[in-house]
Design a protein around this ligand. Structure first.
Ligand SMILES: [Zn+2]
Length: 110
């Protein structure tokens, strides 16, 4: 059953945002117990992100406030200089988690 589910995950054209954050099914499954309003927006890309707002006609501009041409979840999570401080504090918090449950909770809150 897992292999079928993994094949569907890999080949489904939907879910492009979650696949940039969680390339493999197991990467995504670890968040299941901790799904929240904010986590759902981040994993799906359906939230207050320039790329989403532009795509669905809620905004005529998808640029990031830092000047990057597309404000995507991936950009905010990994590249945006405006979220650099958050990434730094997040990495410090993650490094202090000694067990996998606490670490997964921290990662799901990201
Ligand atoms: Zn940016």
């Amino acid at each position: 059953m897992y292999n079928n589910w993994s094949t569907v995950y890999d080949n489904d054209p939907a879910g492009t945002t979650i696949k940039t954050l969680c390339p493999h099914l197991n990467d995504a499954r670890r968040f299941a117990p901790y799904v929240s309003f904010w986590l759902s927006q981040s994993l799906t890309g359906h939230g207050q992100f320039g790329q989403f707002l532009y795509r669905f006609g809620f905004s005529d501009d998808q640029t990031c406030q830092c000047g990057h041409d597309i404000q995507s979840v991936h950009h905010l999570r990994f590249d945006c200089p405006l979220t650099g401080r958050l990434r730094y504090h997040y990495s410090l918090a993650i490094s202090s988690c000694v067990n996998i449950i606490d670490r997964t909770k921290m990662e799901s809150a990201n």
